[in-house]
Write a protein that binds this ligand. Structure first.
Ligand code: FES
Length: 293
């Protein structure tokens, strides 16, 4: 477990709202496993704790790669940091690692920014001797991330976009269904992305008899195990994503209840997001509707 000042080595803007930072964190970089996450405090040890997934790590250089979307005040502040500046605290690695073994054939599905935390799982599944089939989905071409990094580890890589601007015009469930209908069918699948995407990946795999692991990172708030914000219903039992997860059997997750809870503060979150854009002099948010006049 590591916490302390962490220097930013490099920064990349992957799309309008998605940033990649490489930061120094040698102890975490050496210890992290696929599927684990971090708690980050930007520049104040009493500041907001935000859970972020680990997209990559270099144990020799002692660096971590984190990919995040600007959704609130803290992530906007993080996006304004430049190489050479510091992040106050990075705590981790946290959460249970992904269950990795030689299953046989594994389908890995990443949606939007979920493709970043999928990358270490793809690497680990490949290293364990699996045949790894990867599906990366995004709304449009500019939101497709990590394609070049994933390709060397994928026995097959399918890119899909909602608008057809890159790869196949399809939802991720279309190639997932095709892979699951193949003979022999996959032995395992993994999905990380928006809850609605994971819900339908779980439906398709359940129908076709393929197990699926899903990562519920997006519902976490402070990662302490105390706020209760991350509780989900899995197989009729209440589980805490930050303590019991973040990965669960996708066929057991009650996604509908989870999505209702995640929408509870949507209006306030949208207002906060607009305010951050105004304060930081950024262009109006590309996705949110204009505020009422
Ligand atoms: S995120 Fe607060 S209890 Fe899990």
């Amino acid at each position: 477990m590591e916490a302390g000042l962490n220097r930013i080595i490099s920064k990349k803007r992957l799309s309008a709202e998605v940033f990649e930072l490489v930061v120094e964190a040698p102890l975490i970089a050496g210890a992290r496993k696929a599927g684990q996450f971090l708690i980050v405090q930007i520049d104040d040890e009493w500041g907001e704790r935000i859970p972020l997934t680990i997209a990559d790590a270099d144990g020799e250089r002692g660096t971590l790669t984190i990919v995040f979307q600007t959704v609130g005040a803290s992530t906007h502040r993080l996006a304004r940091k430049e190489p050479g500046e510091f992040v106050e605290n990075i705590l981790g690695p946290l959460g249970n690692p992904t269950h990795i073994e030689k299953f046989g054939t594994v389908v890995c599905v990443g949606g939007g920014i979920g493709t970043a935390p999928l990358f270490p799982i793809v690497q680990a599944m490949k290293a364990a001797g699996n045949r790894v089939l990867v599906i990366c989905g995004a709304r449009s071409r500019e939101l497709v991330i990590f394609e070049d990094r994933i390709r060397p580890y994928a026995d097959e890589l399918v890119i899909v976009t909602d608008d057809g601007s890159y790869g196949r015009k399809a939802l991720v469930t279309e190639p997932l269904r095709e892979f699951c209908l193949a003979s022999p069918k996959p032995d395992m699948s993994v999905a990380i992305g928006p809850p609605v995407m994971m819900k339908f990946c779980a439906q398709v795999t359940k129908e076709l008899g393929v197990p699926i692991m899903v990562s519920l990172n997006t519902i976490m708030i402070d990662g302490t195990g105390m706020c209760g914000g991350c509780r989900v219903n899995v197989g009729g039992q209440t589980r805490f994503v930050c303590v019991d997860g973040p990965e669960f059997d996708g066929h057991q997750v009650d996604f509908d209840t989870m999505m209702v809870r995640m929408r509870a503060f949507k209006e306030q979150e949208d207002q906060d997001h607009r305010k951050c854009h105004l304060e930081l002099g950024l262009e109006p948010h590309p996705v949110l509707p204009k505020p009422p006049a």
